[in-house]
Write a protein that binds this ligand. Structure first.
Ligand code: HEM
Length: 479
């Protein structure tokens, strides 16, 4: 067999000319039989896949999670099984609203998607650099995203749509305040925290369930750009975050985060005076202190951006025994949305691609579909169940403890138990005067061109957080 370093067609034939096409005479038309030319142009036509509908601009890196503290009393997940345990992982961080070519240093939430290749399958934690989100019901998500993307007629981003939606959705106040604060433009992903945001659950070997929040605190320190600094950065470099991450990893300056959890006992959720499954709320660190779990380190750049970062497919539905969901309505919606997006964006067998493939052997009874490339060796009894030929069987040991549910099924007003003002007020009160002034200026800047009735409605919401908040924005709008 030839191992010459030559180009070959996808079918393996030597590629005889890669500089000149085959023509009928030196100045004549090209020939249809020049199958290398046809293959090359046809392949190029298929080089792009649809970009993610949200979080299209992203940066990836491989890394390691090392467990530093024992949390086996909360979870039997193999990833937490002993102190010192190391698990390979892949991170993709992103901005949300811009397209794949968007500039990095823009005011936006940052995505924080982690895939842990555990001994028991992949655990994906798909969160953000914020502990809360804009809405608390998944049925509002497509509308919310429409307000962040381009206006269908003008093909431009619309501040009017964004503030119209936010001013009609008071549950967004907490996240809007974070977004408009210094945290809204992190210098790069090395300088921000990551959060699972939702409440998830952990369950232990005794079958006890705990509600949990996941936190990753940067060890590089928080750093941010002001609007003015960001404008300068973008003018000179649209890939500031990508460059910062890539170059630091190449230099061996590996970024690290300390991994913590907050824990609430299962029954406690019924007693607390807030809804612990509401993603617009944080849990008090005083009542639910951070418990250290481990350290996350990013230590290897991808070799090929497309196959590793663009085709990486993260889904909140990827959990493993010992880790579970919660009744958070948004999380429940996301359990459907992501795998559905991957089947469309990447293809039926997206989980078999190297970046998504679990590091353990996977057997199941799924058959066929476009581009089945893993070529399983087939025998009797591995394409239907039950069978008499020793095919793989279910594993009841992996079943999570039963969850008690109650109530009538109906369309509950998701605002009815909401206090949308107390937590943003607590956050606002943490800001010093300079931070508050930047918050007012950032909001006023982002409101340029928005009709006065929408601005007034939003000022009414800021007023309920603190009259000084509304007044500060009002003055910044005039100034
Ligand atoms: C990406 C849907 C809420 C974080 C995506 C994608 C979809 C989606 C369809 C693109 C997936 C792909 O093509 O690979 C939704 C829906 C939501 C929701 C329906 C609400 C019901 C959230 C929340 C967070 C979040 C609350 C964070 C706490 C992310 C991240 C990505 C993403 C980080 C990018 C993942 C990557 O890097 O590939 N979302 N999302 N989303 N979403 Fe959401």
């Amino acid at each position: 067999m030839s191992d010459k370093n030559i180009i070959r067609t996808t079918a393996g034939a030597p590629w005889v000319s890669n500089q000149d096409s085959k023509s009928a005479g030196p100045r004549g038309p090209l020939l249809l039989e020049n199958y290398q030319l046809i293959e090359k142009l046809a392949h190029q036509n298929r080089e792009r896949i649809p970009e993610r509908t949200v979080h299209a601009k992203g940066y990836g890196a491989h890394g390691t999670l090392t467990i530093t503290k024992d949390i086996t009393k909360y979870s039997c997940a193999s990833i937490f099984s002993k102190v010192g345990k190391k698990t390979d992982m892949f991170l993709r961080a992103s901005t949300v609203a811009g397209e794949r070519g968007a500039a990095d240093a823009e005011r936006d939430v940052r995505g924080w998607a982690l895939k842990f290749y555990t001994d028991d399958g992949n655990w994906d934690l798909v969160g953000n650099n914020t502990p809360v989100f804009f809405i608390r019901d998944p049925i509002k998500f497509p509308d919310f995203i429409h307000t962040q993307k381009r206006h269908p007629r003008t093909n431009m981003r619309s501040a009017t749509a964004a503030w119209d939606f936010w001013s009609l959705s008071p549950e967004s106040l907490h996240q809007v305040t974070i977004l408009m604060s210094d945290r809204g433009i992190p210098k790069g992903i090395r300088n921000m925290n990551g959060y699972g945001s939702h409440t998830y659950s952990l369950w232990n070997a005794k079958g006890e369930r705990f509600w949990v929040k996941f936190h990753f605190k940067t060890q590089q320190g928080h750093e941010f750009y002001t609007n003015e600094e960001a404008a300068q950065v973008v003018a000179g470099n649209r890939e500031s975050t990508q460059e910062d991450l890539y170059e630091n990893i190449e230099k061996g300056n590996f970024p690290k985060w300390t991994f913590y959890i907050q824990v609430m006992e299962e029954e406690e959720a019924e007693r607390v005076n807030f809804n612990p499954f509401d993603v617009t709320k944080v849990w008090s660190h005083k009542d639910y202190p951070l418990i250290e779990v481990g350290e996350l380190e990013l230590n290897r750049n991808p070799d090929d951006y497309f196959s590793e970062v663009e085709q990486a497919s993260f889904s909140p539905s990827n959990i493993v025994p010992g880790i579970g969901f919660s009744p958070d309505k948004m999380l429940q919606g996301r359990i459907f949305a992501y795998a559905d997006a991957h089947r469309y964006r990447v293809g039926t067998h997206y989980e078999s691609l190297p970046i998504n493939r679990p590091k353990i052997a996977v057997k199941n009874y799924h058959l066929d579909g476009a581009m089945r490339f893993d070529a399983p060796k087939r025998g009797d009894g591995d394409y239907y169940e039950p069978n008499s030929f020793g095919g793989p069987v279910e594993d009841k040991a992996a079943m999570e403890p039963p969850l008690r549910v109650s109530g009538d099924a109906t369309y509950y007003d998701h605002r009815s138990d909401g206090d949308d003002f107390a937590q943003p007020r607590a956050l606002y009160n943490l800001f010093d005067d300079a931070q508050k002034q930047r918050l007012y200026n950032n909001i006023a800047g982002a409101m340029a061109g928005v009709p006065q009735n929408i601005i007034d409605r939003q000022l009414g919401l800021f007023e309920k957080i603190d009259p000084a908040y509304a007044e500060g924005v009002r003055k910044a709008l005039k100034g």
